[in-house]
Design a protein around this ligand. Structure first.
Ligand code: FRU
Length: 481
C-alpha cells in the first residue's frame, strides 16, 4: 500500500517536471488532447461520470515510443476543454491495455485487458481486469483480478473490452482473432460484473475484414445497431483501406434475448484521412459521442523531438442516416472560437495567414473544382484539400499521398476545416465524409485559395480556455495537454 502511494507520487512528480515548455513546441496541439509527456495511443474509458466527461488513454510517460502501458486521464465539462488528472492505472507485471468504463452505485469502474508475459508461445496472456474509483481521480485495481471472463476455444487474442448496461445485465464485447486468421468480436453477459457468460460470436470476418479486430464497440443509434471495429490486416483496394490499419463499422439488427447480431451492410471506413484508429464512443443525454486515436501504428511522429507523441481527434457526435454513420464536430467546439480572421470573399490565389489554429468554414459550390493549399510559411508538410466536380470526389492529399472518396451532401454545402498546430480535420456537409490527418508544417499556417474562382469563407482562430489559462499564467495548476 505504502509502496503504491510512493510510486504514484513519484510518477506524478516525473510527469509534472517533464512537461515541456509549450512555447518551444511547434507541433503541440492546442485544442486536441495530447499526452503531457511521452507516448499516447488508443482512447479508453470514455464516460460521463459525476458531472464531467472522463477520458483515459493508452499512455507511456517515460518515452516517446510505445512502452509498458499505463492509463493517462483527462476530464472535461464540455468535451472541448480538457484538464489533466493524475495517471489512473500503472502497469505491474501486467500492462494495462485498452478498455472502457461504466458506473455502478456511484463507483467508477474501469474494465481493461491485462497483457502479461508468459514463458510459452505466444509468450503473453490476455485477461480482463477491473479497477475502481470513488472520486473519479484515484483508482484501485480489483483485488480478485482477473474477472471470470474467458475466451472461447479457438480465440487467439482476446482484448479491449467495451462494457455497457442494458436492463438488469452488463454486457461486454471483446476483440479477437481466430486460429484461421480472421477477426472476431465476442459478446458476454453478467449480472454482477465479476462472473461472465459467453453469449455469442457477435461477428466474424469473412476473410476480407482483417485478421484481428481491436477496440470493438457496439451500440444502438436510430433503431439500428452499429458494430464499430478496428481491424488489422485489411488489404488495400483502390482508394479504400489505404492506411496501415482501418477503423470502420457494420450496421445491423440485434436482439438482446438471443444476443445475435444480423449484419445488414458491408464493413465501411468511418474516416477517410491518414491518421485515425481505435475509436471509442460514449452516450450522454441521448447523444452518442466518438473519439479516436489521431494516429496510426508505424507512422513517423516528428513531435517526438518535443518530448511527446500522439493525440486524440476532436470529439464527434454520431448520427445514422440511411446506411451512413455521420460524424459532426461536437457542438461545443464553437466555444473555442477567438478571433474572426476572414468573413466573405476569399479570392483566387489569396492567402489566409494565422499562427497555429483555425476553423475555416467554406461554402462549397459542387459545380466547380475547388482547391485549397495548406502549408507552413517555411515549408514542411503540405496538404491539398480538393473537390473534383468531374468525379464528385473530395480529396485530401498530404505530401503526395492521396485519400479520396465520393461525397454527396445531404443538405449542407459546406466544409468545416479544423487546423491545429500539426493536424487537419475536414468535415464535409453534415459529417457524411470526414478526413483526419496529422501534418507537420514549418512556420505558421498559410491557406491559399488555388481554385479558379473566389470562395466564401468564414474563419476563426481557436483556443481552449484551460490551455489559455496555462499559457497566460505561470501560476496555473492546470497543465496543457
Ligand atoms: C489498439 C491497441 C489495442 C491494445 C492497445 C495496446 O491500438 O493495439 O488493441 O489494447 O492498443 O496499447
Amino acid at each position: 500500500m505504502v509502496k503504491d502511494v510512493l510510486e504514484k507520487a513519484e510518477l506524478e512528480l516525473y510527469v509534472q517536471e517533464s512537461i515541456p515548455n509549450v512555447t518551444h513546441q511547434r507541433f503541440k496541439l492546442h485544442y486536441h488532447v495530447t499526452p503531457p509527456v511521452g507516448w499516447m495511443n488508443a482512447p479508453n474509458g470514455f464516460i460521463f461520470y459525476k458531472g464531467q466527461y472522463h477520458l483515459f488513454y493508452q499512455y507511456y510517460p517515460y518515452d516517446t515510443q510505445w512502452g509498458p502501458m499505463h492509463w493517462g486521464h483527462v476530464v472535461s465539462p464540455d468535451l472541448v476543454n480538457w484538464e489533466l488528472l493524475p495517471t489512473a492505472l500503472r502497469p505491474g507485471n501486467e500492462q494495462c491495455f485498452s478498455g472502457s468504463a461504466t458506473q455502478n452505485e456511484g463507483i467508477l469502474v474501469l474494465f481493461y485487458t491485462a497483457h502479461e508475459p508468459i514463458n510459452k508461445p505466444p509468450y503473453y496472456s490476455e485477461s480482463q481486469n477491473m479497477a475502481f474509483s470513488f472520486d473519479g481521480i484515484n483508482f484501485q485495481k480489483y483485488k480478485e483480478n482477473p474477472v471470470s471472463l474467458y475466451p472461447p476455444k479457438g480465440a487467439v487474442e482476446f482484448r479491449d473490452p467495451k462494457i455497457w448496461k442494458n436492463g438488469n445485465y452488463w454486457y461486454v464485447i471483446l476483440g479477437s482473432k481466430s486460429e484461421d486468421y480472421k477477426g472476431m468480436a465476442f459478446l458476454y453477459r453478467s449480472k454482477n460484473m465479476t462472473s461472465w457468460h459467453f453469449k455469442s460470436v457477435l461477428a466474424k470476418s469473412c476473410g476480407q475484414v482483417g485478421h484481428m479486430w481491436e477496440n470493438p464497440d457496439f451500440f444502438e443509434i436510430n433503431g439500428k445497431f452499429i458494430l464499430l471495429i478496428s481491424p488489422k490486416g485489411i488489404i488495400n483496394k483502390g482508394d479504400r483501406f489505404k492506411n496501415t490499419y482501418q477503423t470502420g463499422y457494420v450496421i445491423g439488427s440485434f436482439n438482446y434475448d438471443t444476443c445475435k447480431f444480423k449484419p445488414e451492410t458491408y464493413f465501411q471506413e468511418i474516416d477517410f484521412g491518414h491518421d485515425f484508429y481505435a475509436t471509442q464512443t460514449t452516450e450522454h443525454n441521448g447523444k452518442r459521442y466518438l473519439i479516436a486515436w489521431f494516429g496510426m501504428w508505424d507512422s513517423a511522429h516528428p513531435e517526438d523531438a518535443e518530448g511527446w507523441v500522439g493525440a486524440m481527434t476532436l470529439v464527434r457526435e454520431l448520427d445514422l442516416i440511411g446506411s451512413r454513420l455521420l460524424m459532426r464536430p461536437v457542438e461545443a467546439i464553437t466555444k473555442l472560437r477567438q478571433k474572426n480572421i476572414l468573413q466573405g470573399e476569399f479570392k483566387h490565389n489569396s492567402i489566409l495567414k494565422f499562427e497555429k489554429t483555425a476553423e475555416i468554414i467554406v461554402d462549397v459550390d459542387l459545380l466547380v473544382d475547388i482547391e485549397l493549399e495548406i502549408v507552413g510559411a517555411y515549408g514542411g508538410d503540405q496538404i491539398t484539400v480538393r473537390w473534383n466536380a468531374t468525379n464528385d470526389k473530395v480529396m485530401v492529399i498530404r505530401s503526395g499521398d492521396v485519400r479520396q472518396v465520393k461525397w454527396r451532401p445531404l443538405d449542407a454545402f459546406i466544409w468545416r476545416i479544423f487546423l491545429d498546430a500539426s493536424s487537419l480535420e475536414l468535415f464535409c456537409g453534415d459529417g457524411e465524409v470526414v478526413f483526419s490527418s496529422r501534418i507537420y508544417p514549418s512556420g505558421d499556417w498559410r491557406v491559399i485559395n488555388r481554385s479558379r474562382q473566389s470562395l466564401y469563407v468564414l474563419a476563426y482562430t481557436l483556443e481552449r480556455s484551460i490551455y489559455k489559462n496555462q499559457s497566460e499564467s505561470t501560476e496555473s495548476t492546470v497543465k496543457p495537454l
